[in-house]
Design a protein around this ligand. Structure first.
Ligand code: SF4
Length: 301
């Protein structure tokens, strides 16, 4: 289903010349670097990739990329991105959103896309606060944690994005750390090559509002799943799914002194939504029939 990657993007600069206005030390810088490195490494034709963001500091990401992009509404980046993907299944569609955006107001869309499996790739920027609006507790901040922007410890429990993504049905689920740019770039490339939808949670410091989960705090704790040579999260047959899903799900619960990063689960046996649509809508994949149909209708010229 994914269009094969040409070498049209060879030598292309995926970072534009717009000045980035994130705070010094923000983990978002590492994510932009990893995205541009991934697209360059794949020699991606810039016309084949689209970035869609929600609201928050992360929402500015498409502004800094030399590709088509849209800065949408709070919590609505996923449905917008799915619309882009369904209109042209050949596009590689990247979603950029924070944990406050995707797991609070956008939580229903996040879960719904897991079962849909349309093929969008979700980069979930996780700094546990709403940075753009002065550091309120976001859905991934643990119960009882007090970051400097809060008057008292958090009284809500946290969502585990990896566990939620797996339970929702995403066929590619991974976690990265914004300072491990090479690994994040490789995960993005692998997610793009994966046919179904993907979630990559990216742990990142917000030095302005989160003084607990700092750069050093993460550096002292993260370790790579791939360093365990017996770790194999890839499912290529239905028979091996139960054991690998169970192992990845249990691993996703690990948090504290040791935090795993890497791929928790990759299932290559689940057909994408576009393939399922092609099974019930004749000629769906003969792009662009949808656009031609619209232009033929009364009122559309
Ligand atoms: Fe980054 Fe936090 Fe500043 Fe937002 S407020 S740009 S997340 S450091």
């Amino acid at each position: 289903m994914q269009k094969s990657v040409s070498d049209k993007g060879s030598g292309y600069n995926f970072r534009n010349n717009i000045t980035i206005d994130w705070c010094p030390g923000c983990g978002d810088f590492g994510i932009v670097s990893a995205v541009t490195q991934a697209l360059s490494a794949m020699k991606m034709d810039p016309q084949d990739v689209v970035a869609v963001s929600g609201i928050g500091c992360s929402g500015k990401t498409p502004h800094y990329l030399n590709i088509a992009g849209t800065h949408t509404l709070h919590g609505r980046a996923i449905p917008y991105a799915v619309g882009v993907k369904l209109a042209n299944p050949n596009l590689n569609v990247l979603v950029m959103g924070g944990d406050g955006d995707l797991l609070s107001i956008g939580a229903g869309h996040f879960v719904g896309e897991g079962r849909r499996n349309s093929g969008v790739k979700v980069l979930l920027y996780n700094n546990s606060v709403y940075g753009l609006t002065k550091g309120q507790a976001a859905p991934t901040l643990p119960l009882g944690e007090k970051v400097k922007s809060l008057p008292r410890p958090n009284i809500l429990g946290k969502i585990n994005p990896i566990t939620l993504a797996m339970a929702s049905g995403y066929s590619f689920v991974a976690r990265a750390f914004s300072s491990e740019i090479k690994q994040l770039s490789e995960l993005i490339q692998r997610a793009i090559k994966h046919e179904g939808s993907a979630v990559i949670e990216v742990l990142q410091p917000c030095p302005t509002y989160n003084d607990v989960n700092t750069l050093d705090w993460y550096r002292q704790r993260v370790y790579k799943l791939e360093d365990d040579k017996s770790w194999d999260p890839v499912v290529n047959s239905k028979e091996e799914d139960e054991a690998k899903f169970d192992r990845g799900y249990r691993k996703s619960l690990e948090w504290g002194d040791h935090i795993p990063i890497g791929i928790f689960y990759e299932n290559n046996t689940i057909p994408s939504y576009t393939k399922r649509l092609a099974g019930v809508i004749p000629d769906y994949l003969k792009y662009p029939p949808a656009l031609q149909d619209v232009s033929d209708r009364d009122g559309y010229t």
